[in-house]
Design a protein around this ligand. Structure first.
Ligand SMILES: [Zn+2]
Length: 273
């Protein structure tokens, strides 16, 4: 599932491809998704212009010239492409939004858990359905003090707290694992047992890793692809995610894997305390 760096990467490419383009037609091929796609047909999108693409957490918001937004989330296997109309429709491409430059914005999802909806842009430009999202990790609000206050008193493993979208949005299994490795904190430490100093280390490491991952175009593990079909290169920088049984790059201890909140969680027993 794309996390923040992957969504940011897709969003930047979509912004370049969609900004200033007018919508000429909307085609929906697959009505039966988790969130229905048919409303797109009658949303009156034809003739509107895309004025830009923004990100909030793992969501992308393509702004429309009538102050509405096309809100998208990639679920487990969502892919978007902007390609010429000479390329035939792929089996799992469910929506075509035709553009005035002859390209098509294509929405693909093999497992049908993605989302593409038109919303009013709402207060501060953010649709109401996203109002409950926590702070952006790359905003100045995501400080050690903030994270300390959010997790203190919680009998929940820190890794789950870092992945809790109501606290901080956009961090999933990959970047939570990498952040805690960089910070030297064991993923099963409970929120209530963390010190302010440790929370500062966690937020600083998270910001650093997310920025590096954005520079590398995100991490491709399985389904994530760039808008042009290429892969994210941060996979080469992973230190702990998916490395169970390998030796820690920092101390040489064999990396272990536990399950937290149903998710595999790799960590180094040697340098994560
Ligand atoms: Zn280690």
């Amino acid at each position: 599932m794309p996390e923040l760096p992957e969504a940011e990467t897709i969003g930047r490419a979509l912004d370049r491809a969609l900004r200033g383009r007018k919508i000429t037609a909307v085609e929906v091929f697959t009505p039966a998704m988790r969130t229905p796609l048919l409303p797109l047909r009658s949303a009156g999108l034809e003739g509107l212009e895309f004025t830009g693409v923004r990100r909030r957490g793992r969501y992308l918001l393509a702004d429309l010239s009538d102050k509405r937004v096309l809100l998208m989330h990639f679920g487990m296997s969502g892919v978007v492409r902007v390609e010429n109309d000479s390329v035939p429709r792929r089996k799992h491409e469910h929506v075509f939004i035709r553009l005035d430059d002859g390209n098509i914005f294509r929405f693909e999802c093999t497992r049908r858990f993605s989302m593409l909806e038109v919303h009013d842009s709402g207060k501060d430009g953010i649709p109401e359905s996203l109002a409950g999202l926590g702070v952006e990790p790359l905003s100045e609000k995501f400080t050690g003090e903030y994270f300390f206050a959010a997790v203190s008193g919680r009998s929940v493993p820190v890794k789950n707290l870092l992945m809790d979208n109501s606290i901080v949005t956009g961090i999933g299994n990959i970047y939570a694992a990498e952040t805690l490795f960089a910070a030297g904190i064991a993923p099963d430490r409970q929120g209530k047992n963390l010190t302010l100093e440790e929370c500062c280390r966690i937020t600083e490491c998270a910001v650093k890793i997310l920025k590096l991952a954005i520079e590398a175009g995100g991490t491709t593990i399985s389904d994530f692809r760039h808008v042009d079909g290429s892969e994210g290169k941060f996979v080469q920088n992973l230190q702990i995610y998916g490395k169970a049984g390998e030796k820690c790059s920092r101390c040489g201890t064999v990396i272990e894997c536990i399950r937290l909140g149903g998710r595999a969680s790799c960590f180094c027993p040697g340098c994560q305390k």
